[in-house]
Design a protein around this ligand. Sequence first.
Ligand SMILES: [Fe+2]
Length: 281
Amino acid sequence: MFSIEPTGQACGAFVTGIDLRRQQDPDTVADLRAAWLEHNVLVFPDQELDDPQFERFAESIGPIGDDPFIEAMEGKKRIAAIQRRADETGRIFADVWHSDWSFQETPPAGTCLLSVVVPPVGGDTLFSNQHKALEEMPSDMRQRFEGRTALHSARSAYGDDGFYSEEGNKGSMAITTSETARDIRRHPLIRKHPESGRTGLYGGAYVTGFDGVAEAESQELVKELYRWQSRPEFTYTHQWQPNMLVLWDNRSVLHKATGGYEGHDRLLHRLTIADDRSFYC
Ligand SMILES: [Fe+2]
């Protein structure tokens, strides 16, 4: 049985005493899944995994997700690279609070990142606990958001007229853009986690407005929500070491990349995990 040590911040726990190179038995997978739902972010230090081992671990949590706009690494079927070279000077990829692919009809339940090249400074990943963000939301503010349906779109990032439609903004990431990024998907802002039943906020940077709300008011609500969701007291700052695997729950947390490692390479391998209804309570 593995050991769990909470980070002491708003979410996240370290998991030790487990070798992810091996196939886990069903009881261990069930325990890991329970820990994941409880802590929202699981950090596994000292896991030197090859590609098949990384994929096997992700698949033990759920089927691999469908990833638009970021191509798999050359020679790999599904693993994508989150990378930045030492000489890059452009904007940091994913430096806004978001839930991965929340503009999809069924966004991924989880995301796994495995660190390969870690800069000696900077490059932390921040997580924000959206159950806590809702629980601590003042009642007058909550009234403004109760019952709202959020509109999610990838257009400003991945649209054919979005940020990454400029070749120079892609850095060394294998990003594609498409007119399909203009699609808008609706998700309730306040909702129960389908597996844990815990209520939380589901939003982030892909939220462009709210259903049935006039544009100007919608934009004010989007800004107010984002400011609240990203308050420091809801967050966990994850500092990477080489060979760390981090698994987070996109239904419970937002996340955000940070810079501060100019002049250093950084490479993480990524897989998303589909939202599998067979796990719903
Ligand atoms: Fe992300």
